[in-house]
Ligand binder design. Sequence first.
Ligand code: ADP
Length: 488
Amino acid sequence: MTLSPHIQPPEIETIIFDYLADVLFYISVEPGQKFRFVSVNQSFLSVTGLEKSQVVGRYIEEVIPPPSISLVIENCHRAIKEKRSTHWHEVTVYPKGTKYGDVTVVPVFDGQGNCISLIGTVHDVTPLKEADQLATSQLHNMMERISDGLVAFDRDFNYSWVNKRGAELLGKKAEDLIGKNYWVEFPEAKGTSFANAYVKAMNSQKPMEIIAEYPAWNRWFENRIYPSEDGITIFFSDITERMKKEHELLTAKKIAEAATIAKTNFLEIAAHELRNPVTGIYLMIQAILKKMGKNQVIDPSLITKLLSPAERLNRMVSDLLDLSRLEKNKVDLNLISSNMIQLIKDWIEEFQLKDPDRQITFVQPQKPAVINFDPVRIYQVFSNMMENAFKYTPKGSPIEVTLEEHSTSIRVSVIDHGEGIPKERLPLIFTPFSRGGVDIKIRHTGLGLGLAISHQIMSLHNGKIGVESEMGSGSTFYFDLPKKVDSP
Ligand code: ADP
């Protein structure tokens, strides 16, 4: 490169010195290692907002404000001691505002190895830093507004950030958590799937997602965990309501599916259950006709034998009709005010006559329980419970009936010690055509309508029907009748 004859080297140095975008300064090192500004470029003055007279000729501590001055002096000493350039990052508040810079100083030595001056540059990173700060503050504002909870832990599981929603979900104030330790604040979390996932994400540095129930609060949470070198950030939301709805939907779906299966099974059950009495009646009529054809005397007991299958047929058909009318709300209650205690005693007596060997006990309250109900319909409910207790328990197994009076209702329970009902069948037990397992179908007769009819009857009374059962220990069927029943 050839230089213009009009511009001498010192002038070029000045031009380069003044027109460089980076800050440049030249410091003389005086005895006692005092540092004085000898020269600074234009960028130095425009970045700091200082006049040349406020800088040149002055000791550096007169120009650079605390606390950055100590860092500058320390690094100048280091550069001289280590005889090499030194870099550091500085933040200084000048008249023109806070400045962020990447500083480099290079020591200059004379022939005897004494440092005589330092040349320094500052690369102004203020715009970058400000953009970074703006982005951080925008991110902060955004994170404060998101509907998810957010917490950040440092590597020791101290809270470094808790957003507003996060604090709400944790039931604490954000400012009370920042700086505190997770294991101290939530000791009950140790060993939970959440805590295990946090530790795993922190160690593996791999993001994780987890949906689980937090046992201490009986609530479900969804967590998305993002690890970084500084710790982990967790976005979390309370999904208890969603899980409840999903569970309800699943149960409803299971019930609906079971009802469909039950209806399909009904054809099979009905065909089987109806065919037996019909076959019995048919064979007996044939026998009677045969005897009549031979002009033989017909034994009246033969005709009496027809009664039992006919009654069974009649009962099944009327159950079907009954259920269909109840489901269509075509049944009116005939409400009568009666003493429930006396009625139950009469009903138990009836069942005792059917099976005198069976021990049936009745636990009753002291005072009469006079309430308004339809005795015919409530008998239907009670007798179905009693018949089932007979049907699904071994012969001779005792049955207990209790009547409890509560403030707004009375509860009648029929307790047996039979085979019990599997847990998964309990929600289906009151749906029509829901019969027990295959072996029950073989061992016992019935259309599986009794409890469904009872359920409808109790709804008409604004009452409730329920069951508690344990396999192998027995079942308790109960119905609750409100003390005051209004006509539906
Ligand atoms: P059914 O007795 O005609 O089948 P229910 O509606 O009265 O019809 O009963 C439905 C099902 O509930 C029965 O098939 C049986 O599996 C079960 N169940 C009812 N009561 C009892 C009981 N006391 N012990 C065991 N299982 C019972």
